[in-house]
Design a protein. Sequence first.
Length: 455
Amino acid sequence: MERCVLMYYVFALWSAAAVLLFNQPRREVNRWAAFFLWSAGIGGLTDWLAPSGFIPDAYGPWIQFLNHTLTPYGVLIFCMVYAGRPRHHRRKRDLKIKIGLLLPVFAMLAQVLLTKDYRIHYGWLFVWTCPYYVAACALLIGALSSEKNPQKRKSMWITTWIMVPTLLGVMLLINVGNIIWPGYDSFRYVSLFILYSMGVAVICTFVYGVLGVRLKFERDPLDRTMQAVSSGTTMLNHTIKNEVGKIAMSTDNVKRLLSPDNETALEQLDVIANASKHLLAMTGRMQQQMKAFKLVEQPVRADQLLAELQLREQERLRSHGIELKVLCTQRPWLLADAVHLKEAISNLISNSVEAMPDGGVIALTVTADRKGAAISVKDNGMGIPEEQQPLVFEPFYSTKGHRKSNFGLGLTYAYNVMKKSGGSVGLESRESVGTEITLYFPRSKIIRLSGREEP
């Protein structure tokens, strides 16, 4: 019976690792989650396969060594990546941190090699694994408490609720337990925590999604779609430029051949020329919003940026019978690219204008605290049907139908800007009530929180 439980234990952990890798293999957080799940799973191999002779007894201590040392290391690195620490990623520095955190593993390897029966000294193991587990839990709780985006906060709350009790339980039962009662069977107790975490993870995966995994195994299609569209629009723009150039040359040549008295033919040629120019302008706008760009981040005061936008947009909004309000509970200085941020907010305003054909109110709001900052664009327009909301960030998808001025790229562009800024985008909408799009900036992008009194 116990061997069957061990088999299910190993199978469950390794299956979870495989799902995470299969779902989004390029995400570093998923790779580290799969790593620590794999290392946790190998702990059950010895008791499961050794009695049947599949694993020689001599291999048992080494399997346990990998399990007891690589699991806390993988857990800590996963939590660091998941929590976005260090805040400013530099490849060489991050690599040095990961190598540095491996030093206790090598120290334990030396201890095992110097021991006659190659057994782990649980006292030494306790000295460094407990701080690793406690630090991992602290990182998860800290990331949860500092997250402002409600959608991301829900996912982080689930991950924290799954991992923190399990990590603390494993730490106490394995590391502390083996010091107090050497050689006791910790698996029967640890398996309860593993069963708890796997059960909660499965339920939440079906209902909410954990680490980007849902029932349908969604594979972060938006990022790949944007990459494909960016490449496609570049090729399309290049091809259309060449073909429009040929059309323009041919149109000029035909005009020279025609008599000035042939007004009908000349008018048709003008139609061709204008249509070609419109086609070129349209593809140019598409490429401009979908092409890869690099942010030039500088200190920006959020309320001043919105004031400039209000001044720039007021004539257009007035012509549509729309009032634009700017509300600033704080005046934070952000590290951001003012050009791309203005363009993203302007696109959101344009979407709101289209959602209010009979006029209305658009409110631009700035909020900030020690958790981060947020800029929201809220309207009292038609709202977005609930079934369409998961699709609105996809390129070329529009809830307004086919309009000449709407290519369905405004929200995609805003998403792209915020992702490159290290932030995120939130959406709340109700039909016949209105829509609110919020741009969330992490705490690391706040240079200074300014009070209301700052001019």
